[in-house]
Design a protein around this ligand. Structure first.
Ligand code: MTE
Ligand code: CO
Length: 427
């Protein structure tokens, strides 16, 4: 953490205290009545008096220029260079649940590599009867499945442990994406390699690694490997983008993003975990007493209001206001989301856009009649196991202040009467 970010945090807190003490009662702006006839209604506009682009203009489309700010962003001071780094999904500007690949966050330990289908090989070796090497074309011949799942980096919200830090949902919660994957269940490939499915598989693990220089090796217990892990080659209907692991990545539903190995090249069946770098010195949680918790694979239930939020302020006065956000749980489906406008004094149930799907993002809406006064906005997710998203204080009581990863606490946006919003912490 840098000195400047700490300063940012303390001044924001002081500002919040001051505003609350003053009562903060400035009315919101109301839409001005048009002074005369609206030329957009009464005049023929250029786009209606000429011709548009032909169908040969854009073989593969990009968003229209007016949406050019809906892009991934990184935070320069978070990492030493852009090769081993992270950028963030612009969740504040998206709606629905599917993340377009073009703006879905990226996390690389040694950069995104260009690996063709022709050069692609996947080896399954170790404790199997028939070690095998698959080409891309081989993978295409196994029965496929498709599922929508979220992928959340364990470091998502990691900068917020010590206090309100990054000013925007993109930066606090944007290490997440949600895509429809097509692929072959890992269990199908393990069976092909002669893993004895009827035998005693207790205590068996798979070690998975990528073809990039970092290899990002991770150990996965066999029970999970045989459950819902996918060897995926399509996302949202098209080939994986290079940055998401083209041509093949592992999809490990509900579990931390680090295990979703990209450019998947090898799967070794073992009789124990490897305890690689990525599962020992990294991606473990340091507890209050200084010891580290060994494995934290499942991403607990979490939610965030995406709008209004610091990068998505309210541009209208009091009256109808759509409050919306995302909720998810690595343990199953989201069953309920609550929203508060008064910092948790009173909670109301939000409307889920569609019934929650297991291990996938759920969109919620809270249709509010805004009085134009300041709000302390929060959302709280419930999942099908009965788990309820904790407050920051509840999480700190268990985890202390030394953690980085797996921060699923309730987030607060302070929305001011002028519609601007700020990341704050309340207790
Ligand atoms: N796989 C490889 N081979 N190399 C990597 O650097 N990064 C991991 C994981 N898989 C990584 C990898 C991490 S930490 C995360 S959060 C996810 O990929 C991110 O996936 P994305 O870049 O598609 O968002
Ligand atoms: Co990650």
């Amino acid at each position: 953490m840098t000195a400047s970010s700490n300063d940012m945090k303390s001044s924001r807190r002081a500002f919040l205290r001051g505003a609350l003490a003053a009562g903060g009662a400035v009315a919101g702006a109301t839409a001005a009545k048009a002074a005369g006839p609206d030329p957009l209604i009464t005049e023929v506009q250029p786009w209606a008096s000429g011709l548009g682009d032909g169908v040969d203009a854009t073989p593969y489309g990009m968003p229209i220029k007016f949406e050019s700010d809906v892009v991934r962003r990184n935070v320069g001071w978070l990492t030493a260079d852009v090769i081993s780094s992270i950028n963030f999904t612009p969740i504040h500007a998206l709606d629905g649940t599917i993340t377009p690949q073009g703006c879905a966050f990226e996390r690389h330990h040694s950069g995104a590599i260009e690996l063709s289908k022709k050069d692609y090989r996947l080896m399954i070796n170790g404790l199997v009867d028939r070690p095998l090497v698959f080409t891309y074309a081989d993978l295409e011949r196994f029965p496929r499945e498709q599922h929508v799942y979220f992928c959340e980096c364990a470091a998502n919200t990691g900068m917020e442990w010590a206090g309100a830090q990054l000013n925007g949902a993109q930066f606090t919660h944007g290490m997440i994406h949600n895509m429809e994957y097509t692929g072959v269940p890992l269990r199908t490939l393990l069976a092909e390699a002669g893993l004895d499915m009827a035998g005693d598989l207790s205590g068996k693990w798979v070690y998975v690694e990528g073809a990039d220089a970092s290899s990002n090796g991770r150990s996965i217990p066999m029970e999970k490997a045989l459950d819902d892990v996918l060897v995926a080659f399509k996302a949202n209907g098209e080939a994986l983008r290079m940055e998401h692991g083209y041509p093949v990545r592992l999809v490990v539903p509900g579990w931390e993003g680090n295990m979703w190995v990209k450019w998947l090249r090898r799967i070794e069946v073992m009789d124990g975990p490897v305890e690689s770098r990525e599962e020992t010195s990294k991606y473990t949680d340091t507890l209050a007493d200084g010891t580290s918790r060994k494995w934290t694979w499942v991403m607990d239930a979490k939610s965030v209001i995406t709008s209004p939020s610091p990068q998505s302020p309210i541009h209208h006065g009091k009256g109808p206001l759509v409050i919306t956000g995302l909720a998810w749980s690595g343990r199953g489906a989201i069953t309920r989301v609550d929203v508060t406008t008064d910092g948790g004094k009173t909670w109301q149930q939000a409307r889920l856009a569609a019934p929650g799907q297991a291990k996938a993002l759920t969109r919620f809406y809270f249709d509010h009649n805004w009085d134009g006064e300041e709000m302390l906005l929060q959302a709280r997710a419930h999942d099908e196991t009965g788990y309820v998203q904790p407050t920051k204080t509840q999480l700190r009581d268990i985890r202390g202040l030394n953690s980085v990863y797996h921060n699923n606490c309730i987030q607060t946006w302070w929305v001011k009467p002028n519609g601007e919003a700020e990341n704050v912490e309340i207790s």
